[in-house]
Design a protein around this ligand. Structure first.
Ligand code: CA
Length: 226
């Protein structure tokens, strides 16, 4: 569920799109001109904007440039002509996707889903906290109980991956594919060695685990201490 703003002057299209997205459970607002659109984007901070390029007061392209100066909200532009140089200009100006009128509402819905998925991924937090373990992904720093832990790049990647999937049992095969980028397998021993060092650095051991729990024959799971 997302808050979606529609900027569209054509009554019929506006109503159709608003109804379809509201039926999908989204929180939909619509405005009929660029200036109201700009106001709504800054005041209401929607999760996504569907922007008609042909608006009565201002070109959608100009509106997009104004929006991009103040917001990185995902924008899908709606246009009458797919080969319009204006479409390319709009994508260059920071639109995330475009759709050509007349469009099937299912196609718009699919684009909305795709753009929202991408923007969710972008919003992955810089810092992941699991119990007393704190990982700053951007700065590549790790602390346990507020004490810095010095990790090699591979140990860091392994810990980060497990923390991003905290509470899930991750198989060694999965770790080889995701962390070591060996999708066709490799040596489990590599993982065992890294896990062993990681445990020591985090102040725990396989027999006395705190964050890293081995699930026999299945894999490993990172979770907050009870
Ligand atoms: Ca229009």
């Amino acid at each position: 569920v997302a808050s979606i703003l529609i900027v569209e002057d054509e009554h019929r299209i506006r109503e159709l799109v608003a109804k379809a997205l509201a039926d999908r459970g989204h929180d939909v607002e619509s405005v009929t001109n660029a200036m109201d659109g700009l106001h709504a984007i800054t005041a209401q901070r929607p999760d996504l904007v569907i922007l008609d390029l042909g608006l009565p007061d201002l070109d959608g392209y100009d509106l997009l440039k104004m929006v991009r100066a103040v917001s990185d909200v995902p924008v899908i532009v709606a246009t009458a002509r797919g080969d319009d140089p204006q479409v390319i200009r709009t994508l260059d100006a920071g639109a995330d996707d475009y759709i050509v009128k007349p469009f099937a509402i299912e196609q718009l819905e699919a684009r909305v889903r795709a753009v929202l998925r991408r923007s969710d991924a972008d919003r992955t937090p810089d810092t992941i906290v699991v119990g007393g373990l704190r990982i700053n992904a951007a700065a590549r720093q790790v602390e346990v109980d507020e004490q810095p832990v010095d990790l090699t790049p591979k140990e860091f990647e392994l810990l980060l991956y497990l923390a991003q999937h905290a509470g899930e049992v991750i198989s060694k095969r999965k770790l080889l594919a995701e962390v070591w980028r060996q999708p066709y397998g490799g040596s489990d021993k590599t993982i065992d060695v890294h896990l062993s060092v990681l445990r020591r650095k985090l102040g725990e051991s396989a027999t006395d685990p705190r964050f890293l729990h081995t699930v026999f024959r299945v894999g490993v799971k990172l979770q907050a201490p009870e």
